[in-house]
Design a protein around this ligand. Structure first.
Ligand code: C2E
Ligand code: MG
Ligand code: MG
Ligand code: MG
Length: 282
């Protein structure tokens, strides 16, 4: 009987692994043609500067509308793109597109909003990564101080020294570096100290827990203090409720991003959004 059960279990397990594998293969198959098929689009989510009450910049977030699969979340395809190394070309497209768009916004509005772009560790490992970034800036005409690269704690698992030296070089050129999803990954405080970052993006899970767990307020306060003591700007992600914003304001957190302010919007809606948010009362 135990044997039968074990066998049955095994089949189930095997089947779901098989399904997951098929799904990944299917995504990869269609991902291969997505660049040439112009199936990607960038959405932009505003960041609010809490003290001034003004929008200070945007995060670029990729969207994939596949003719075969429909809308696929980046949470499902970025990993596949990394494993297949397709992320190298996709990520370069994202960066060039985002820089170009922000330069257009600067020219149109005469106001220097920042643009934050997510960078995969696979991109950082490329020899020509730094040159590619400088070239994207040059080609677009965007000033380096308005570009922020978002990296995650996954870089701690890779060739750390080589990545740090690339980031240091980019920082010396005026480009900002943000540590995304801070608090969820592998970073120890000693690694954190060695990273040439300008911004800490506190992960959404800390914000979510604000209203649920009693001690979470002190967690958030501690992260904000840590960031400030290191001379960093602190951004809270995934802010959905006014009470969370209120608390973050009292805590001295610098910026917020989240559905409370706005969902990510397509390029054509950005100007309208800026008008709507012009005097966001905080
Ligand atoms: P992330 O960089 O941490 O981006 C924040 C994610 O949280 C985005 O999901 C955003 O839409 C979502 N979000 C923002 N505010 C709220 C909120 O108030 N509530 C909730 N529930 N969610 C909120 P998205 O766009 O689905 O992207 C997911 C992840 O995919 C990103 O997490 C990032 O790691 C990755 N990603 C997205 N675009 C790119 C890209 O161009 N390149 C790379 N390498 N990764 C990307
Ligand atoms: Mg990000
Ligand atoms: Mg994030
Ligand atoms: Mg996140």
């Amino acid at each position: 009987r135990a044997k039968e059960e074990g066998k049955g279990r095994y089949v189930l397990y095997d089947k779901s692994m098989h399904e997951a594998f098929n799904e990944r293969m299917n995504i990869e198959k269609h991902l291969r043609g997505a660049m040439t098929g112009h199936e990607f689009e960038l959405y932009y989510q505003p960041q609010l500067d809490i003290r001034s009450g003004f929008i200070s910049g945007f995060e670029a977030l990729i969207r994939w509308n596949s003719p075969e699969l429909g809308f696929v979340s980046p949470l499902s395809f970025i990993k596949v793109a990394e494993d297949s190394r397709l992320i190298i070309d996709i990520g370069e497209w994202v960066l060039r597109e985002a820089c170009q768009f922000m330069k257009d916004i600067h020219d149109r509005l005469g106001h220097p909003y920042k643009i934050s772009v997510n960078i995969s560790v696979i991109q950082l490992l490329q020899d020509d990564f730094t040159m590619m970034v400088l070239d994207s800036l040059q080609e677009s005409g965007l000033e380096p101080g308005f570009l922020e690269l978002e990296i995650t704690e996954s870089i701690f698992m890779e060739s750390f020294e080589s990545i740090v030296s690339k980031l240091e070089f980019l920082k010396s050129r005026g480009i900002r570096i943000a540590l995304d999803d801070f608090g969820t990954g592998y970073s120890s405080l000693s690694y954190l100290q060695q990273l040439p970052i300008s911004t800490l993006k506190m992960d959404k899970t800390f914000i979510d827990s604000l209203s649920v767990k009693a001690y979470s307020q002190s967690f958030v306060q501690t992260i904000v203090q840590l960031g400030h003591n290191m001379g960093l700007e602190v951004v809270a992600e995934g802010v959905e409720e006014a009470s969370q914003l209120e608390f973050l304001k009292d805590t001295g957190c610098d910026k917020v991003q989240g559905y409370l302010i706005s969902r990510p919007v397509p390029e054509r809606e950005v100007l309208q959004l800026l008008e709507t948010l012009q005097d966001y009362g905080v």
